[in-house]
Design a protein around this ligand. Structure first.
Ligand code: FAD
Length: 538
């Protein structure tokens, strides 16, 4: 029997940080019909919603794609684990909950590169619109948006010592990394709402779910964008073993993330011609930049043994500790279960030439070999160091024409002198911080890299042998003007050279923001929704 196509005004691929925002905003006034396709299931797995459930979703085979990079020569041939959310909410359903926007200069640099409308002054109203900050509204913050930013309510002696130690080094206390200046040390705000995860599915999709003009299809994997000449006309997708077609009267919007939006474009004949022809794919439109310009933050985890049994490792080691954590959460929605992993942060200048923070620390009152893996048997804490503006560039490329096969991902971490020097300087800064008067009483010893590693070469080897992602792949469908040979979308996020097709997700960042990427992606999707509706004449 011939398969029947369904018709919508907008077809959105991917219900992640960006896709849920788009689905809400485009369906809000009831004038447009919207289909949201999500490859993963509904977000019913309970651990998604409890902040400490991070460790449970980190390697979950259903709600997490569980990708690996290719063996990376710059990382001594290691394949680096790359989790990605695969459920309603996407990566915002499994992420570390840290609410960070990046630096004002990041967005000013986007605008200076020809992306009119993306300076910090331009994007600030969208950051305010998306935000429900528990501290209320002010010129930098929103008080009544859908995405909550909550404070960590219980101070921890280790975080306090970290902040005091940073002050000894001239790094000021900063109680608002998303305000006038990012620089300093303090507590992160988290995207939680009254102790539960506030994913974009919770913030944006739940309030919109019952709208008659919004259809949400889960376990629906988009396999191809369809074209009529140079106009995107719909999407093919696979659901329950059968193929289906959804046609888009107005636009197809790819929000499948920085790894799978470029994959889908390449599978659909939009990408570097040499790559497409190597796989026998007819070229619909040649765009060299699709899958190029991959950027990510690499974390080096500097781990210390603690002199006192006050770490989350200790609490999780005994049944009485677990019970106390559980009771804290059930009775007060506070404690480690409400916080997830990282409580404190530092944005600092680690290299002498830096004019703004070039490293970020994720400070956790626990320690483990990998993010999300079981905690150590000893009392430990972690300063995870990452360079904020990596200059290494990698690629995402299809391996085959099978849409269900993960693409090849090559981040080429640490492939530039600048990246190596900044990360080494960051690791040294972590050690200097641990040696301050405020921190020294808590430090029983350095577990990793260990005091034997002293030279730059030894610290670099440590980063290559143990470094991991801090989960921010981006840049693979770069936003830029038509004069930029690597640009995939224009500043309205329309794919260059094609009609009725946009990309709205982390991939459009021309350069990675100096910080975590969830809130920036939500901002991008808020701004994109307004542009799409403006084009529709609303
Ligand atoms: C473990 C982890 C920890 C992180 N921690 C933080 C943090 O603490 N703070 C922070 O700001 N950021 C964090 N991030 C990063 C941040 O969450 C992401 O950058 C952001 O969620 C990306 O949004 P996106 O919309 O681009 O993609 P995603 O949110 O990943 O959404 C893409 C969606 O598309 C779906 N999809 C993919 N392919 C298809 C297809 N072919 N058909 C249909 N659907 C498809 C996916 O299943 C997914 O739901 C973390 C990420 C991870 C994975």
């Amino acid at each position: 029997m011939p398969e029947k196509a369904t018709h919508f005004d907008y077809v959105i691929v991917g219900a992640g940080s960006a896709g849920c925002v788009l689905a809400n905003r485009l369906s809000a006034d009831g004038r447009h019909t919207v289909l949201l396709l999500e490859a993963g299931p509904r977000d019913t797995y309970p651990w998604i919603h409890v902040p400490i459930g991070y460790a449970k979703t980190m390697f979950h085979p259903i709600v997490n794609w569980g990708f690996y990079t290719d063996p990376e020569p710059t990382m001594n041939g290691r394949r680096v684990y790359w989790p990605r959310g695969r459920t309603l909410g996407g990566s915002s359903a499994i992420n570390g909950l840290i609410a960070i926007r990046g630096q004002h200069a990041d967005y000013d640099a986007w605008a200076a590169a020809g992306n009119t409308g993306w300076s910090f002054a331009d994007v600030l109203p969208w950051f305010r619109k998306l935000e429900h900050n528990v501290r209320g509204a002010n010129p930098y913050h929103g008080g009544d948006g859908p995405l909550w930013a909550s404070d960590i309510d219980a101070p921890h002696p280790l975080v306090e010592a970290m902040i005091a130690g940073a002050r000894e080094l001239g790094i000021p206390r900063n109680d608002d990394f998303n305000g006038a200046s990012q620089e300093g040390a303090g507590y992160y705000q988290l995207t939680t709402r009254r102790g539960f995860r506030c994913s974009t599915a919770v913030a944006y999709l739940n309030p919109a779910r019952r709208r008659a003009n919004l259809r949400i299809e889960t376990n629906a994997h988009a396999t191809r964008v369809l074209f009529e000449q140079r106009r995107a006309s719909g999407v093919r997708y696979r659901q329950g073993g059968a193929d289906a077609t959804a046609l888009a009267r107005r636009e197809v919007i790819l929000a499948a993330g920085a790894l799978q939006s470029p994959q889908l474009l390449q599978l659909s004949g939009v990408g570097p011609p040499a790559l497409l022809s190597a796989h026998g794919i007819d070229v619909v439109h040649a765009l060299e930049g699709v899958g190029e310009n991959l950027q990510d933050h690499l974390q080096a985890r500097v781990i210390f043994r603690c002199t006192q049994p006050i770490t989350t490792n200790d609490a999780l080691r005994t049944w009485s500790g677990k019970l106390r954590i559980g009771l804290d959460y059930v009775m007060k929605r506070s404690g480690p279960m409400a916080v997830g992993i990282n409580q404190g942060g530092i944005f600092a200048r680690a290299t002498p030439q830096a004019t703004r923070p070039d490293v970020q620390f994720h400070f956790a009152t626990l320690s483990s070999d990998m993010a999300g893996s079981p905690v150590h048997e000893f009392s430990g804490f972690t300063m995870s160091v990452c360079q904020l503006r990596p200059t290494s560039r990698g690629t995402v490329r299809i391996r085959s024409t099978d849409p269900l096969e993960a693409p090849s991902m090559q981040p080429h971490y640490l492939s530039t002198d600048d990246d190596r020097a900044t990360l080494i300087a960051g690791i040294r800064l972590a050690r200097t911080l641990a040696a301050t008067d405020a921190m020294r009483p808590f430090v029983a010893g350095e577990y990793r890299p260990g005091t034997d590693a002293t030279s730059d070469d030894e610290l670099l080897e440590f980063a290559k042998n143990t470094g991991g992602t801090i989960f921010h792949p981006s840049g693979t469908t770069k936003m830029g003007p038509a004069t930029d040979a690597q640009a995939v979308v224009d500043p309205q996020l329309r794919v260059h050279g094609l009609a009725a097709l946009r990309v709205v997700d982390c991939g459009i960042m021309p350069t990675l923001v100096s910080g975590n990427t969830n809130v920036p992606v939500v901002m991008i999707a808020e701004k994109a929704s307004a542009m799409i509706l403006a084009d529709a004449g609303n």
